[in-house]
Ligand binder design. Structure first.
Ligand SMILES: Nc1ncnc2c1ncn2[C@@H]1O[C@H](COP(=O)(O)OP(=O)(O)OP(=O)(O)O)[C@@H](O)[C@H]1O
Ligand SMILES: [Mg+2]
Length: 231
């Protein structure tokens, strides 16, 4: 398994002809099969960094390598394809499709990547079971609690067996007890499926669970703390 590598990555946004600096001189190696947290105050650049790692957005300069692939060399179509196959996303507001059931939400990425029906069904059922929602498969998001919605989102993010899962403040909309259960679930899934998980968070519960913590301030990495003795 390859690390995620960022070399000299910089990103500005342009807003009404004003340049807004978001990230500068980001040099980072994210180790595979670990639980890495991006920590920093609001506006420090966490979401921007996740979007670059997740191939949702492109930097102004620098190099990004995900799963051995220098992703910035890929054209837009190839990049979308790479993202769909290799990367799972979990969001603060869950981003589930409201008209689809829990089952259908988890199935959706498998329909997009043309997984055959039998395999699709087995995968969805096993993931819903793994996140403790086997008995809620037919519920729509509006008929689930916040914690249950995030469980569906976790199952969906893992559906295509990605090598990398990115979560942007996944517990921010949950109470601390539910948030803790969600973190423990993600930790369990990360270990069992040997996936690389990267989170943004200010939540102390998330920081405590991390293998590696990357601190960001004003668009720059100020500290990288790694636990050397995990796994
Ligand atoms: N689409 C955009 N257009 C212009 N500026 C943006 C855009 N998105 C983010 N920014 C700016 O880039 C900087 C970094 O924003 P980012 O959303 O990455 O921060 P964050 O660390 O995720 O913050 P939060 O904890 O509040 O989610 C901020 O100054 C923000 O105002
Ligand atoms: Mg953010």
């Amino acid at each position: 398994m390859n690390p995620v590598i960022l070399n000299k990555v910089a990103k500005h946004y342009r807003l009404d002809s004003v340049d807004v600096p978001a990230l500068a001189d980001i040099n980072l190696e994210i180790h595979p099969q670990r639980f890495t947290v991006l920590s920093g105050p609001s506006g420090s650049g966490k979401t921007t960094l996740l979007n670059l790692i997740g191939c949702v957005d492109r930097p102004d300069s620098g190099e990004i390598i995900v799963a051995g692939e220098p992703v910035l060399a890929l054209k837009d179509d190839a990049l979308s394809d790479f993202r769909a196959r290799r990367i799972g996303f979990i969001f603060q507001n869950f981003n589930l499709l409201p008209v689809l059931s829990a089952y259908e939400n988890v199935e959706y990425p498998l329909l997009l990547n043309k997984t055959p029906p039998k395999q699709r069904r087995e995968r969805v059922l096993s993931l819903l079971d793994a996140v403790g929602l086997a008995d809620r498969a037919r519920n729509r998001p509006g008929q689930l609690s916040g914690g249950q919605r995030q469980r569906v989102a976790i199952a969906r993010a893992l559906a295509t067996e990605p090598t990398l899962v990115l979560a942007d403040e996944p517990t921010a909309n949950l109470d601390s007890h539910t948030g803790d259960a969600i973190i423990q679930l993600m930790r369990k899934m990360q270990r069992e499926l040997k996936v690389t998980f990267v989170f943004s968070s200010h939540d102390p519960q998330v920081l405590a669970e991390a293998d590696d913590v990357v601190s960001i301030r004003d668009g720059r990495i100020t500290e990288i703390r790694r636990q050397e003795d995990v796994q």
